[in-house]
Design a protein around this ligand. Sequence first.
Ligand code: TYM
Length: 355
Amino acid sequence: GRVIFSGIQPTGIPHLGNYLGALREWVRIQNTASEQDKLLFSVVDMHAITVKQDSADLRRYRREMMASLLAVGLDPLKSLVFTQGKVHQHAELMWILSCTASMGYLSRMTQWKSKMGLGTDASPFESTADPKSREALKLGLFSYPVLQAADILLYGTTHVPVGEDQAQHLEFTRQLALGFNAAYGRTILTPPETILAPAKRVMSLTDPTKKMSKSDENPNSRILITDSKSDIEMKIMKKALTDSIEGVTYDRQARPGVSNLIDIMYYMDESVAASPEELAKDMANVSMRALKEKVAETVNRTLEPIRTRYNLIMKDEQRRPFLQDHNEVAASAAKSIAKKRLRNINSVIGMGTLQ
Ligand code: TYM
């Protein structure tokens, strides 16, 4: 059987990029999995604290993310859906992996640079680097990819469904696994395969040359999976940036805004055409306003059942909190898999038992 693992940070309600690039794929994988497959999906709260979080907000975000994962269709009877921090083995394996992870490799990773607003060639080592930014770079943010590798390797994961922005972390994970195996002369860690969704990079509505992101300070740049019909209409009709070229064509380079809307419409409901290119051809003579109306209508139609389920879950949760209990059960099942693997890993490196 396969082992599928993926994670999402609890930093707000998921947006269309998270949904199309990751969450919907998780649900598809779950619903076509065989009895032998193991499925684990985690709310990675330990990753979220690599940047400053308000504690009350973080607690709410964690709860909202658990509710969102159930609302999109993850089923606790088929998948383990749990918060990462409940399974301490993630932190233990991270330490072990830290001892073979290369600072040089980590310094080339782009995420800490973008979170700190630094250019892609920034280095934490250069003496010419701004000393203030060296103080500001926290160890946890720098070693973020090692924790991500631990998440994956802890369960013997064979496949990781993610959006394109995670490809670099997945490559790091594979290299770390192979390096570890070579160092101990044993095939103990499994290098995982990346599964990229067809909609692997959904772009911002307001700046379609950037990816849609939870951390963009403009909330109109993204559609949340719980947005109301009128929010969806407002963001697409009034805020989405397009261009003044006549008619509709699909060209992600030359017409990023229009192409992103076509992509969003196509991937939200693949029954509308055979491909984004075909959809654009069908709409060739349509006005920008009419295109936007169709996109908003398709997005709303697809999100409506998710929004309804989310609201029901939150209402139930208010009457009788159940997300907490659910998390305990899933985390303890994940923990029992994790414990076994860590016992093996510890034994290979000479840790654990004294015998
Ligand atoms: P996060 O929380 O930023 O995003 C969750 C998932 O959503 C995908 N995604 C997108 N896909 C397409 N278009 C977009 N605009 C877009 N924005 C986000 C991401 O690729 C991701 O799949 N480091 C990870 C969380 C993580 C993880 C893991 C993932 C921690 N441990 C182990 C996989 C395996 C992250 O920050 O995702």
